[in-house]
Design a protein around this ligand. Structure first.
Ligand code: COS
Length: 379
């Protein structure tokens, strides 16, 4: 066992922390308030290599390991979870999905640009009536010979209006059930592809979440990822890695709130002393720190499993299940430590509390993670 991070890991962590503090922190409250997408910041994140961290350098990626990705996700998420969700989706769903399962033409055409953030991607699985029950796809991709005719609606799509490339999961052959589903690369601007209005959300309000409508969109056959009928397995396999990204996001939200609570507790006085001198506050901080450390170890374990080509379905699901609960619990307590100040926007913790909730929902709810974990246990 070696719990030591390498020099490279520490350098990535420091670079992400520096970027978050200097580029993301200014304006984060206003972006949240006005639901403003952090376009400039995302562009810079691409230039610094945060949007294609694990992609092979031959496709313009950073060639880094998943541990580096977890460390960077934590630092970015401490400050701006609306930016880190863009980072997570682009890295672990879109880039990874195309690099792992796409063909060489798809990698040259899309991955080389996605890895640098020149363009960003979206992953489109959820539908108005298919979230957790992901096999019930109503979006259809009818096989028309050299193209698919795509019809249907996708919901709650991260990067909905800012992406250029959308991986869309759709049913080609209903009779084949989940084995009749395909994953298609759809380009923004294809005829019949419409972007719905932006969702007005509780948290991660800077990220642009939209529904997408497809009406007789002709998607060339060469845009299918993998063999005919591979789409559901593509989605499941890609989401298994995506969950490590979201677990790290949850970890970052928790540790960001914790750091603010520690700082505030040393400044604020009550009953003649800093509130950090009161045991009621000390116990809260002790619980937060212990839970965060456990969540961090689960995230790093899942990343290590992925990097060493071990099965990371269970460890990734455990990391997401636990870290998202820690994010929720820690942010609620961080607001409590701040008292009345915690309830107003300037102190950041109320935003982190609102941002935390989505980590228990997207890329598989906590209940879905328990299904994934228990199936592995009972195999
Ligand atoms: N990697 C590769 N293939 C996988 C997989 C994985 N991690 N998990 C499942 N599969 C495959 C299975 O092997 C099976 O294929 P075969 O029948 O050929 O063996 C197929 O996918 C269907 O799997 P399963 O029978 O387990 O499907 P279920 O309908 O029971 O659903 C759950 C399984 C509930 C786990 C799945 O639907 C799920 O993860 N749902 C949540 C989806 C989600 O995260 N939604 C959020 C959208 S993104 S914001």
């Amino acid at each position: 066992m070696n719990f030591q991070l390498t020099e490279e890991h520490l350098a990535v962590q420091a670079a992400a922390r520096e970027f978050a503090q200097t580029e993301l922190l200014p304006g984060v409250i206003e972006r949240d308030e006005h639901q403003k997408f952090p376009a400039e910041q995302i562009k810079k994140m691409g230039e610094l290599g945060f949007l294609g961290m694990m992609v092979d350098p031959k496709y313009n990626g950073g060639g880094m390991d998943t541990i580096s990705y977890v460390l960077a996700m934590e630092e970015i998420s401490k400050v701006d979870a609306s930016a880190s969700v863009v980072m997570s989706v682009n890295n672990s769903l879109v880039c990874w999905g195309i690099e792992k399962y796409g063909n060489e033409e798809q990698k040259q055409k899309y991955l080389t640009k996605l890895a640098t953030g020149e363009i960003i991607g979206a992953f489109c699985l959820s539908e108005p009536e298919a979230g957790s029950d992901a096999t019930s796809q109503r979006t259809t991709a009818e096989d028309k010979g050299d193209y698919y005719l795509l019809n249907g609606t996708k919901n709650w799509i991260t990067n909905g209006s800012s992406a250029s490339v959308y991986i869309v999961i759709a049913q080609t052959d209903v009779a084949k059930g989940h084995r009749g589903i395909n994953a298609l690369i759809v380009e923004r601007g294809m005829e019949g592809f419409e972007i719905g209005p932006k969702e007005n959300k509780l948290g991660i309000r800077g990220s642009d979440t939209h529904s997408l409508m497809f009406t007789d969109v002709k998607v060339p056959k060469e845009n299918r990822i993998g063999e005919d009928g591979f789409g559901f397995k593509f989605a499941m396999s890609t989401l298994a890695g995506g969950r490590i990204g979201i677990a790290s996001q949850a970890l970052g939200i928790a540790s960001g709130a914790y750091e603010l609570a520690v700082k505030y507790s040393k400044e604020r006085k009550a009953f003649g002393v800093e509130i950090s001198k009161h045991q009621a506050i000390q116990f809260k901080l002790a619980d937060m720190a212990t839970n965060i450390e456990a969540a961090r170890l689960l995230c790093l374990q899942a990343a290590y499993d992925k990097d060493t080509h071990a099965d990371y379905g269970k460890s990734g699901a455990m990391a997401k299940l636990f870290a998202s609960k820690v994010a929720m619990d820690t942010t609620i307590e961080a607001v409590q430590v701040h008292g009345g100040y915690g309830f107003v926007k300037e102190y950041h913790v109320e935003r982190l509390m609102r941002d935390a909730k989505i980590t228990q929902i997207y890329e598989g709810t906590s209940e879905i993670q328990k299904i994934v974990i228990s199936r592995e246990l009972l195999k």
